[in-house]
Design a protein around this ligand. Structure first.
Ligand code: SAH
Length: 395
C-alpha cells in the first residue's frame, strides 16, 4: 500500500539534482513552497519543481535540513518502511561482520534511516535519535528492535547537541527492558565492558574497531604510546599483540579506571598501564623526560563542531602531530585519526605531512582507512563519512 501524505514541498528549479544523485537532504533555501501544515518530523512528499513526485520523507519547518528522504517515489507507510530498513541493516552487519558482538547496527542516513543510530553491545542496544521524524516514530522503532533482536535493554542516548538543531530535548534513560549489568563485548580475545548510560558516545568507539585490529601489526614487540585512549582500545590491542611496553593516556578518569581494570584482567600488567591527564601536557612532559616511542597512536575527539572553527582545529591537529613526531624514534610508526565531519581527508592528511616536513621527517603511508563496514558511506552524501585514519612509517 502506498502512503499519501497531505503535506507537499515543491523544490525550486534545478534543486533536485543533488537528490537525484542520491543525496538524502533538501535544505530550506531549496524549497519553493509548502502546501499543507506540518509539524517538525511530519511525513511529507517532496516534489520536483514541475510537480512530479520525487520522494517521501521527514519535514522540519525550522531546521536548515528541511526534508530528509525516507523513500524515493511512492513508499510503504513509514512504520513498515522502518521495520524493513532495520531488517536490511541487520542483515548487512550479519553478512559483513560475522560473529562480532558489538557494532553499529544502524548508521542513520547511510542505512536510509535518517537521524537514527543504533549501536549493539552484546545483548544491549543504544539508540540515538537526531531527527524529529524518527523521534515521532520512536515507539515503533523500539518495538521493531525488540521483536527482531530481543535485547535485554534498549538505552536511549538522546544526549547529543545535534538534537538541538531539530528542537528535540536532551534525554537519557532505559527505554525498554532493564540493564542487567555492564554491557560486555569482545574484540578478538579482548573482553570489554561498558555502561551504555554513562559511557562516552553510546558506550564505546565502535567506529575504530577495524583500525584497532590493524594497529596490532605495528605494535608487536614495540614500545607504544596511545593518546586519547578512552578505555584502552588501541593500547590493549597493542598489548595483546605482544607490545614490549604500552602507555595509554586519557583525560577521563572513569575511562582510565576501566582501561587499567581491563589491562589487569587480561594479565597485561606491568607492561601496559594507563594514566589520566591532558594529552598535550603529557606529550610535553614525556619529551622533557627524554622518553621516545616506536609507535604513537593519536585518536583525539573532534576539534571542530562547525565549519567556522576549521582553521583553529587544523592548528590543533598540526601541533598535536608535531609533538607526537618529536617523541617518535626514527623508523617508528605514527597512527593518526580524525573524526571531524568538517575536515576533509585530503586536508587532514596534508597537514600531517606538513608537520613531518617541518621537522625534517619523511613519511611512508602504509594504511589509509575510514570507519568499519558497520558505518557504511553513501558516495553521494559526504556527510555520511567522517572518520579518517592513517598509519605512517616515519624515518
Ligand atoms: N581511542 C579510543 C577512542 C578515543 S575518543 C578508542 O579506540 O576507544 C577520544 C578520547 O579523548 C575520549 O576518551 C576523551 O575522554 C579523550 N580526551 C578528550 N580531550 C582530551 C585531552 N585533552 N587529553 C586527553 N584525552 C582527552
Amino acid at each position: 500500500m502506498d502512503y499519501e501524505p497531505s503535506l507537499k514541498l515543491r523544490l525550486k528549479p534545478k534543486e533536485e539534482r543533488r537528490l537525484l544523485a542520491g543525496h538524502l537532504w533538501a535544505f530550506s533555501n531549496e524549497i519553493e513552497s509548502v502546501e499543507g501544515v506540518g509539524e517538525p518530523g511530519s511525513i511529507a512528499e517532496l516534489l520536483r519543481h514541475d510537480g512530479r513526485r520525487l520522494a517521501l520523507g521527514f519535514y522540519h519547518p525550522h531546521s536548515l535540513i528541511c526534508f530528509r528522504v525516507l523513500s524515493w517515489g511512492a513508499g510503504a507507510p513509514p512504520p513498515d518502511l522502518i521495520a524493513q530498513r532495520l531488517a536490511a541493516a541487520g542483515a548487512l552487519r550479519e553478512r559483513l561482520l560475522g560473529s562480532a558482538d558489538a557494532y553499529r547496527l544502524v548508521h542513520a542516513e547511510a542505512d536510509r534511516l535518517p537521524g537514527l543510530v543504533v549501536d549493539r553491545y552484546g545483548d544491549q542496544l543504544a539508540v540515538q535519535i537526531t531527527s524529529a521524524g524518527m523521534e515521532r516514530l520512536k515507539d515503533e522503532i523500539y518495538q521493531a528492535l525488540e521483536d527482531r533482536w530481543r535485547p535485554a535493554a534498549i538505552v536511549e542516548r538522546g544526549d547529543t547537541g545535534l538534537r538541538e538543531l531539530e528542537g528535540l530535548p536532551q534525554s537519557r534513560g532505559v527505554a525498554r527492558g532493564a540493564i542487567p549489568g555492564p554491557a560486555r563485548f569482545s574484540e578478538g580475545e579482548l573482553h570489554f565492558e561498558t555502561d551504555l548510560l554513562e559511557g562516552q558516545k553510546t558506550g564505546a568507539y565502535l567506529d575504530q574497531r577495524c583500525n584497532r585490529f590493524a594497529f596490532r601489526r605495528l605494535a608487536r614487540g614495540a614500545e607504544v604510546l596511545d593518546l586519547f585512549c578512552y578505555q584502552g582500545g588501541f593500547a590493549l590491542h597493542a598489548a595483546a599483540a605482544g607490545a614490549r611496553a604500552v602507555l595509554g593516556v586519557d583525560a577521563s578518569e572513569a575511562a582510565i579506571e576501566r582501561a587499567n581494570a581491563l589491562g589487569r584482567g587480561a594479565g597485561f600488567e606491568p607492561r601496559c598501564h594507563f594514566v589520566c591527564g591532558d594529552a598535550f601536557s603529557i606529550l610535553r612532559e614525556l619529551r622533557a623526560q627524554g622518553r621516545r616511542f616506536e609507535v604513537v597512536n593519536l585518536d583525539p575527539p573532534s576539534f571542530t563542531r562547525s565549519k567556522k572553527q576549521v582553521a583553529a582545529a587544523r592548528r590543533g591537529y598540526r601541533s598535536l602531530h608535531r609533538e607526537a613526531l618529536l617523541l617518535l624514534k626514527p623508523g617508528g610508526f605514527l597512527a593518526t585519526s580524525c573524526c571531524s565531519h568538517h575536515l576533509e581527508e585530503g586536508v587532514f592528511l596534508s597537514d600531517v605531512e606538513r608537520a613531518a616536513h617541518a621537522l625534517g621527517r619523511r613519511l611512508q603511508q602504509v594504511r589509509r582507512a575510514g570507519a568499519g563496514p558497520d558505518h557504511p558511506v553513501l558516495p553521494a552524501m559526504p556527510e555520511t563519512a567522517y572518520l579518517k585514519c592513517a598509519f605512517y612509517r616515519v624515518s
